[in-house]
Design a protein around this ligand. Structure first.
Ligand SMILES: [Zn+2]
Length: 93
């Protein structure tokens, strides 16, 4: 499997874990808690989500520069990165 696809799956799994932690804590946040776990996981989730988004956007072909995840502006053209470029066929590594 393509290592970029594995990395992307890993990033999305971490996002999922952060979201789950946030949701399980959101209803039981003690207002006197100085650490504000609910806010921390919220900010962490937003920050990590942004990182995942930027990472996915920056995945490009080394030959022609074509984006491999967001292939066009449409949400329906989001794909997992593959072994070879979808545009020119160059091996991506
Ligand atoms: Zn290419």
């Amino acid at each position: 499997m393509n290592k970029y696809k594995l990395r992307l799956i890993g990033i999305l799994l971490i996002q999922l874990v952060i979201t789950v932690i946030h949701n399980t804590n959101a209803g039981s946040v003690d207002v006197t808690d100085l650490f504000q776990l609910g806010n921390v996981t919220y900010l962490l989730g937003m920050g990590w989500g942004l990182f995942a988004f930027v990472y996915a956007i920056k995945l490009g072909c080394p030959q022609c520069g074509a984006r491999q995840v967001f292939r066009s502006l449409s949400i329906f053209s989001v794909r997992w990165p593959q072994e070879h470029c979808h545009k020119c066929g160059a091996k991506i590594e």
